[in-house]
Ligand binder design. Sequence first.
Ligand code: TK8
Length: 362
Amino acid sequence: MFMKKFLTVIMIFSLALLSLAGCSSSEKKNTDAGSASNAQEPKEAKVRTIRAGIGLTETHPEYKALLKWKELVEEKTKGTIKVETFPSGQMGDDRTMTENLQMGTLEVTIPSTAPLVNFVKDFAVYDIPFLFANTKVADAVLDGPVGQELLDKLPAANLVGLAYWENGFRNLTNSKHPVANIDDFKGLKIRTMENKIHLEVFRALGSNPTPMAFTELFTALQQGTVDGQENPLVTIYNSKFYEVQKYVSMTNHVYSPFVFLMSKKFWDASTPEEQKIFVDAAKEARDYERKLIRDGNDQYRQDLIAKGMQFTDITPEVHQQLVEKSSPAVEKFIGDGKDKLINTDIYNKMKAAVKEAEAQNK
Ligand code: TK8
């Protein structure tokens, strides 16, 4: 009887030992499994946010193209980068937003090159009146080696240029009278972008120019602080200048590019793969934006007439007078002195690139 009881105790004890060992190994397995599954679970990928501000309205092709850029970047980075967009100058004017990119408090803005001259003066070469005869020449030069050489000067100012977008050929509007020839510029108070060459050219044409941020322009026109301004038809329409301006003169006096800018701080914190996504998306959105504007230009003219604006086309003779009158105003800014804006190297390269593009696009 004793033996039977002894064997029972031994059996129970062994079974207890076995179950303890089995439990710990399954625990271990679980732990292993657990740690294995932990290793497989992707770490919560950190989502970074790009805040992108522009001055123009959400109806403008520049904003529609920014939304396309957002869509491409969010899709190709598989949601690890989110893009928040702020149109209509919510984040300030071009200069303020560009300063914020330098400080890293904003990640993207797309200003005109004219105010950008205050940060990298070589961009002043694009302010030469009548530099590009048409958009084919503009695209060839901007998307070619000289355009890239200028973009390569931006990182020294804590900025990265991804692509050129289109603002467009600028035309004069005013509230006083039609402008059909040089004499008609006399005494008109014209707002220009914050750029010395634009100011000097409109002085040489006989008007009384005032530099002003785009964000202040509509109110200044409404209050009569200035009589007129100059911008492409797409902007005149989408910024509703027809509500405060009567006359449009198709001067086409300068082709204005936008530059898609990214904060160098954000760029440097991005991987080479992300940087390629940013650039490729900026180029794809560029082509979309240019097409939207160019396909719409005739319609913008019709729509502005329907809104009550009166158009004046500039004859070839008057165009030549504008060229001759504005050229000396630019010459004073060309040279290699500290007070100059356009150095002779960039000037000569630009003129050669324009000549080649004109020959290619005869
Ligand atoms: C919008 C400006 C505008 C420009 C101007 O941010 O200031 O007149 O043509 O498009 O960049």
